[in-house]
Write a protein that binds this ligand. Structure first.
Ligand code: ADP
Length: 305
């Protein structure tokens, strides 16, 4: 079925990203809560229609590790993208209270399965793997969103995406500086996965804080410096797993099949993990931080960009 704006009851704002606002909405005909992302694009109607056609393949991206797509439409120069509402929000804001290694393993399991599904079943490379693009719900599900399906949309957005924390693999940084976008392969996502895992474990972006203000220093550290590692205190399985993702040479990085057979993920499949309990405590911590920050007037020390 095709969805449209008249069917939506607008509820609260869920967040703002680089490209627009995300609102919680109720789709009245089905009584389904959705997250509706508004993306402002100064394009003509023909280009906007082309983007909607490209987004249509998302209807086939149905997997338990992928945020469900309900449809998209445009009004004037805005694309409205409607997806499954994830009631615990994005992972970057749930890291604060700490993430036990068993939870990290379960999160990683979902991310690898989701990425492998996109590649094998949809021939899609995610291209933007990072904790803000991993959404969580109170049932403990971990799902990926914001992957690159529409070439037109990516092109229209590309220039504005200059984050201060880069998850890009070294070969992408080098390729882009040579104006060669052809170097992007699926293994670039594996790098971003490894970097995201360290961020989830540490509760902050892995490269040194002095590089946050200086894009050049950060990109130089990624290309020329040693890859980051999980700190000691983590199991050797976890440390080894991350080191298989953060190999600077893309050809030598692990594949998804290899990662799924790695002892870190094999072990995860043998144990019970209380994801519902972890999400509940992480949400409670986030809300407590938020209210103490607003009562003292200071910003919370969140590591989001
Ligand atoms: P960015 O451009 O930084 O990736 P987005 O525009 O995708 O951010 O989203 C902004 C914020 O809206 C996110 O940080 C998240 O908290 C919230 N959000 C996005 N999608 C959903 C969703 N499907 N369910 C619940 N919250 C969401």
């Amino acid at each position: 079925f095709a969805i449209n704006m008249t069917q939506m009851q607008l509820l609260e704002e869920l967040g703002r990203g680089n490209y627009g606002t995300v609102k919680k909405v109720l789709h009245k005909p089905t009584n389904v809560l959705m997250a509706m992302k508004e993306i402002r694009l100064e394009l003509d109607d023909a280009k906007l229609s082309a983007i909607l056609m490209e987004l249509d393949i998302l209807h086939r991206a149905v997997a338990s590790e992928i945020v469900e797509f309900y449809g998209a439409f445009f009004i004037e120069s805005c694309v409205y993208y409607c997806m499954e509402y994830m009631d615990a929000g994005s992972l970057d804001k749930l890291q604060g209270a700490g993430v036990p290694e068993s939870v990290l393993a379960r999160i990683t399991q979902s991310m690898v399965k989701g990425l492998k599904f996109l590649k094998d079943e949809m021939q899609i490379i995610h291209r933007d793997v990072k904790p803000t693009n991993v959404l969580v719900n109170k049932r403990g599900d971990i799902k990926l969103c914001d992957f690159g399906v529409s070439g037109q949309l990516e092109k229209s957005l590309a220039k504005t995406n200059i984050g201060c924390q880069s998850y890009m693999a070294p070969e992408r940084i080098k390729g882009e500086s040579q104006n060669n976008l052809g170097t992007y392969t699926v293994s670039s996502d594996v790098w971003s996965l490894g970097l995201s895992m360290i961020e989830i474990a540490l509760g902050r972006y892995p490269y040194p804080p002095e590089t946050y203000q200086n894009v050049f220093a950060q990109l130089t550290a990624i290309v020329n410096g040693p890859p980051p590692e999980l700190p000691p205190g983590h199991s050797t399985k976890a440390i080894d797993f991350v080191s298989r993702c953060l190999v600077k040479e893309p050809q030598s990085r692990a594949s998804y099949a290899e990662l799924l057979e790695h002892p870190f993920l094999v072990e995860d499949r043998t144990r019970e993990v209380d994801m519902v309990g972890w999400v509940a405590s992480a949400v409670a911590y986030r809300e407590a931080q938020k209210s103490s920050a607003s009562s003292t007037g200071t910003a919370s020390p969140s590591n989001s960009a």
